[in-house]
Design a protein. Structure first.
Length: 532
């Protein structure tokens, strides 16, 4: 087969020798093909069945049927595009041309002129992988949403770069700034750029009106926003030509990550993964995870990369979110513990250290009480032993019940205002970009209904009575300025657990950010505790 080209902007097509490849009419077969191509790595047959045919009616047979149709279109005697064995399936990327890869290379490698930036913006404005949406398949929909979110982030970079270009005409700059703000409505830099451009063009009345509207938007989202009047537009910010080394490490680890599935006794499918080498370290699930999307997170991936250097780092998506089953009857402290039990039993782990973050700390405490012989050491970070419903005042109950109502109505909306307020309590020191990432991550990782169920389950947690009975060596870590779970709560946990060690971090964040000193301190404390 000669060189194959992908049309990924607009309708998904493959083109060979200038002519479209006659792909199967089945949307699911074409969606499967796009997933294999843009995942860029072999996928286990069981994983593909879970994503595309999670039914009791012969999913493996359905997968074989789709592959046979795709082979008829793609494979030739001298070259196999679809490469399959008994365990895995992959797409042979050799001699494949992808415009998305081409755009990334051009943006990273050299300065582009205005016409090139316009052409790239035009491509990125089209729907990415149009025509392969499968709204009834939640796991594939999540993956597709993340791919499109990456294209949107790339488009924002192109708009900014076009704005900074010395040859961009003034009348074009205003529309570019408006497009940038429409794409990233909570980006203070985009907002300031538009206001300053209008001021620079003496459109003071419109600039004042837009500034007032933006001030309300950003204030409600808890983001600082201040534009000094009559300053020239900030169009000289440099853009890095390549990603930092951490992103390369992230991709290498993700390529080695092994995602598998297990089923609980009640039939709930759970996704779990292991990455790195060395002795095992198990992380209990906490508020909203996704085994694939986590790796682009400014809050998770730096810690995961470091822990995977010394350990076989094991984590999972508990029921109701991520790659695990979303449609479940119950979300509770009991089911959270059962999910942890299912994963470690499936992996055959006899004894291991256990890491619990946020409400994952309560899950870890409960598991350690039930299975003290299996937990070698226990690490609790940002944890709490009881939910807000326990001993709550009427005012507290009223406030939190109102938040759950807002969650139900605002979670899935395109406007991230509610999620942004929620996110800012996790990471008050985060940049607007990091908060925007977490806003979108939360939306993609679970449904509004499940988000409410999670919050209700967390509200009823109570493991206070277990703390004095813990016999496992324990390290308690907590940020001094944590605005979601107060520092005193971590201190009280450490005081109640016999012989527990306590480490305070100099941070305001409930979830640690890449680059902050507290993240390095956290890793050092964990390493010293586990490797001692």
């Amino acid at each position: 087969m000669e060189e194959l080209k992908i049309n990924c902007f607009g309708e998904f097509r493959l083109i060979q020798m200038g002519d479209p490849v006659d792909l199967p009419p089945s949307k699911k077969a074409r969606a499967l093909l796009s997933y294999l191509i843009f995942s860029g790595e072999p996928k286990r047959r069981e994983h593909l069945c879970e994503i595309f045919w999670d039914t009791p009616h012969d999913p493996k047979g359905s997968l074989r049927w789709a592959l046979s149709r795709l082979r008829n279109c793609l494979n030739e005697s001298h070259r196999q595009r679809l490469v399959a064995d008994r365990e895995t399936i992959a797409f042979n990327m050799k001699s494949l041309t992808c415009p998305l890869d081409n755009i990334k290379t051009r943006l990273d490698s050299r300065r582009l002129d205005v016409s090139e930036l316009r052409a790239i913006k035009s491509d990125l404005s089209k729907t990415f992988l149009d025509g392969v949406d499968l709204p009834n398949l939640s796991q594939f929909s999540l993956w597709l949403s993340e791919q499109r979110a990456e294209v949107s982030r790339l488009k924002a970079q192109v708009l900014k770069r076009n704005l900074e270009h010395p040859n961009t005409a003034p009348d074009e700059s205003e529309q570019l700034a408006r497009d940038w703000l429409d794409l990233e409505p909570f980006n203070p830099e985009a907002a300031k750029t538009l206001v300053n451009l209008l001021l620079h063009q003496n459109a003071t009345t419109e600039a004042k009106k837009i500034k007032e509207e933006l001030e309300i938007r950003f204030r409600e989202a808890g983001i600082d926003f201040d534009v000094k009047p009559h300053t020239p537009p900030p169009l000289s910010v440099s853009i890095p030509t390549q990603k930092p080394q951490g992103h390369a490490q992230e991709k290498q680890l993700l390529a080695r990550q092994k995602i598998q599935f297990c089923k609980t006794p009640t039939g709930v499918s759970l996704a779990y993964a292991s990455v790195g080498s060395g002795p095992p370290l198990v992380k209990a699930a906490n508020w909203l995870t996704h085994l694939e999307l986590d790796w682009s997170a400014p809050i998770w991936s730096p810690l995961y990369r470091e822990l995977a250097k010394d350990f076989s780092f094991i984590r999972y998506d508990e029921r109701g979110n991520g790659l695990s089953d979303w449609d479940v009857d119950e979300l509770s402290q009991e089911t959270f513990v059962k999910d942890l039990e299912c994963v470690v039993d499936t992996m055959g782990l006899e004894k291991f250290p256990l890491l619990g973050i946020s409400q994952g700390a309560a899950v870890s405490i409960e598991y350690s009480i039930r299975h003290p012989e299996r937990v070698s050491k226990l690490i609790l970070f940002g944890g709490y032993p009881k939910g807000w419903k326990i001993d709550a005042s009427p005012e507290t109950q009223m406030h939190n019940e109102a938040m759950m109502t807002l969650t139900k109505t605002g979670w899935g909306q395109n406007n991230p205002a509610y999620r942004h307020v929620f996110s800012s309590t996790f990471m008050p020191s985060a940049s607007a970009e990091d908060l925007a990432w977490f806003d979108d991550f939360q939306r993609q990782t679970t449904s509004p209904e499940n988000a409410v169920k999670f919050l209700e389950a967390f509200a009823s947690i109570d493991v206070r009575h277990h703390l004095p009975n813990l016999k496992v060596p324990t390290l308690v870590i907590h940020s001094r300025g944590d605005q979601r779970i107060k520092w005193q709560t971590g201190r009280e946990i450490a005081a109640e657990i016999p012989n527990a060690e306590f480490v305070s971090l100099d941070s305001d964040n409930h979830l640690l950010l890449e680059g902050e000193p507290a993240a390095d301190q956290f890793i050092r404390a964990v390493r010293e505790f586990l490797l001692d």
